[in-house]
Design a protein. Structure first.
Length: 51
């Protein structure tokens, strides 16, 4: 049986992996200079945390 803590950690791990995969693909396509965090977030379908 899965605990809430386990499921929560798994969700965040999968989300982190998706962000890294998308960012890597976009860096290769567009280059570091022409890519922003907002573009990565837009492709991932999330929202950027405000600090």
């Amino acid at each position: 049986m899965f605990t809430i803590r386990f499921l929560h950690a798994r969700f965040h791990s999968e989300k982190r992996t998706k962000i890294i995969e998308v960012a890597t693909e976009l860096f290769v396509e567009r280059g570091y200079k022409d890519l922003s965090l907002d573009q990565i977030v837009a492709v991932c379908g999330g929202s950027r945390a405000k600090s």
